[in-house]
Design a protein around this ligand. Sequence first.
Ligand SMILES: *[C@@H]1O[C@H](CO)[C@@H](O)[C@H](O)[C@H]1NC(C)=O
Ligand SMILES: *[C@@H]1O[C@H](CO)[C@@H](O)[C@H](O)[C@H]1NC(C)=O
Ligand SMILES: *[C@@H]1O[C@H](CO)[C@@H](O)[C@H](O)[C@H]1NC(C)=O
Ligand SMILES: *[C@@H]1O[C@H](CO)[C@@H](O)[C@H](O)[C@H]1NC(C)=O
Ligand SMILES: *[C@@H]1O[C@H](CO)[C@@H](O)[C@H](O)[C@H]1NC(C)=O
Ligand SMILES: *[C@@H]1O[C@H](CO)[C@@H](O)[C@H](O)[C@H]1NC(C)=O
Ligand SMILES: [Zn+2]
Ligand SMILES: [Zn+2]
Length: 629
Amino acid sequence: MWFFQALPLVFTGVAIACNDEHAHSHSHVKREFPSVPLTPPSRPLQWGSLNIIHTTDSHGWLLGHQKASFPEPNYSGDFGDFASFVAHMKVLALEKDVDLLLVDSGDLHDGTGLSDGFPPGGVDGHASNQFFKELPYENFAPHFPGRYLSSNVNITVGGVSVPVGNRFAKFKTRKGRSVTSVGVLYDFTDNDVGTTVQFVADMVQEEWFSAAIEDEPDLFLLVGHMPVRFDNWPLVYNAIRAVHPLTPILILGGHSHVRDCLQFDGRSIALESGRYMETVGWMSADLPPPGTRPNSENITFSRRYLDPNRVTYEFHTGQRNFSFDTVSGRSITKGLEQLAVSFDLAFEYGVAPNDFLLSRFVLRVIYFQAELSDTTSAHLTPPTTQSYHSWLRHMLFFTINFASQLISLQAMPVALTINNTRAGNPHVMITNSGEMRFDIFAGTFTKNDQLTASPFADSFLFIPDVPFSAASAVLPALNGPSAKKRRRDQGVEAELWARGYVEARYREWLEEMYQRDLQHRGEERRAAENLTLGYVTTDVRSHAPGVGDDVPHTPLPFFSSPGFIASALPDVADDTPIDLVFIDFIESELLETLNSLQTDKVYTTADVSLYSDVLLSQALGLYAQQVWN
Ligand SMILES: *[C@@H]1O[C@H](CO)[C@@H](O)[C@H](O)[C@H]1NC(C)=O
Ligand SMILES: *[C@@H]1O[C@H](CO)[C@@H](O)[C@H](O)[C@H]1NC(C)=O
Ligand SMILES: *[C@@H]1O[C@H](CO)[C@@H](O)[C@H](O)[C@H]1NC(C)=O
Ligand SMILES: *[C@@H]1O[C@H](CO)[C@@H](O)[C@H](O)[C@H]1NC(C)=O
Ligand SMILES: *[C@@H]1O[C@H](CO)[C@@H](O)[C@H](O)[C@H]1NC(C)=O
Ligand SMILES: *[C@@H]1O[C@H](CO)[C@@H](O)[C@H](O)[C@H]1NC(C)=O
Ligand SMILES: [Zn+2]
Ligand SMILES: [Zn+2]
């Protein structure tokens, strides 16, 4: 090893992964190089005396985003490309004679076929995690003894509860800086049997914690699967600040899938670097030489959110296409491609006729004019004035293709009635829209696409003979204001958060950036016309220094879906008994709602049985086989 690499890391070992949402899509043939011209970053990275490359919530997206629909090509870099990038950056760090650390904040699996498409008997993420060991992370026990940090997660082995990895690590960087590091998991309650997650508030009270932070290092490096905002980092930060008022504290967070950065004070910074290998985070800090007593001056920090693709990587490493790949990088890419083949991820269920997006519109525009193609799909980007008129003139009608409508109106009714003796009964089928985790793009729909779009292996249950009048009122009631209030009052949202469901937080972020963009139409809009689609991060409100996004973007349009979605209602009389079908995840809420809508009968779990052997994670594939072939 020609350089010292330091990076603690938070696990996401086999035992403890939160099931937060994700997903993704790709074609079977890995697009080796971007197939569309990509915009290079706007400016060089700002280096400090200590620098960090940060990944988090990669969820198996190691082959990068391979679909051609925008903005997917922006995230087309694969893990081999990333390895080459890191190797070149390490060389640059040596040349500049500064520290460069590589840190990951967890959630390595649950999201693509590479991590979740394993054959029967396999273990989630086992094969894909091997590739992380090829990079100079130090986060996988036992491959990286001493650097696999799990400060508040225990596993029970032979009846004894022990920390999964190390609770803390003390090490020196290549430049001799002493670092004290902990690895924290947010207050997660849906952990596997045999594991314990200690709440962060309790962890900071532990004697081992006080002892670990007692001696003053040159810096604290806090790594965690915990969002930098709206969560418990202040508890850890305050515990350290109480002892060391001036020591630099660098925090690398994750889990809520957003780009975010804030400072708790002028000598600390907290960075979160998105999700699904759509972002590689960069942080730099101008720290004094090792052993210098800290003063009270603000530290100069920078942070940047890189769009992971070869153009970005080559730009920042000063490499060209022909010089960029390292031997190790190429071999990681080949290994990942082989893994995709051995998991048969290219198995094709059918061909998706157009994009189905979670929160963006896709308009299917049917034109009058014969010389134009009959059917064109277009993302709804705000049209310019002229194009808007020509667009209206040519438009005959359009349909909106939301991914949620695909699963509710089309896929569930087809997939769940295959080989089902109850298929002939009228029914209504209900699921929560959070079960869909990623967009579906036009073109081949493969095993990998199915796993990225809808990975949860949830079952469908049903209650027979519910009067149509009550069954048809369930969906509006679930989406209605009183249900929302009840969810809040009963702490349902907080409970879902504790169980790992983060999609709501991510979608709020998308909505916020789109709304902000709408409010600033006009001058800025025109200036933005040449910008490409992507994330627009405005964490500056938290005094985070400088510009965040490496490539300026215009935000993705955002339109929210209702929390619950359902199949089309059958055309029957009010008193007709029908099958009320629903995803198992919402059982208690559904029963409560049904009982609030009618007084004829109090429904309980005793009235509920399995509707179909088909799991949610299979529904889109079965539908595609029937309808998209
Ligand atoms: C990002 O995607 C846009 C399309 O929205 C494309 O035009 C642009 O070149 C891409 N830029 C980068 C850096 O990937
Ligand atoms: C974790 O393991 C340590 C060592 O066995 C034990 O002292 C501690 O109480 C455990 N923590 C929890 C929360 O179970
Ligand atoms: C130091 O940083 C803090 C937090 O970002 C900020 O509030 C303060 O104004 C800064 N002080 C100076 C002198 O720049
Ligand atoms: C980059 O190099 C590869 C071969 O190493 C080649 O296939 C590819 O077309 C090149 N891409 C560009 C943009 O030149
Ligand atoms: C339905 O039944 C047929 C014939 O037994 C079988 O080949 C097929 O796999 C079944 N489909 C599902 C989704 O169970
Ligand atoms: C957009 O790009 C074109 C071509 O590069 C350029 O002529 C035009 O001035 C740009 N528009 C804005 C608003 O930057
Ligand atoms: Zn995650
Ligand atoms: Zn998570």
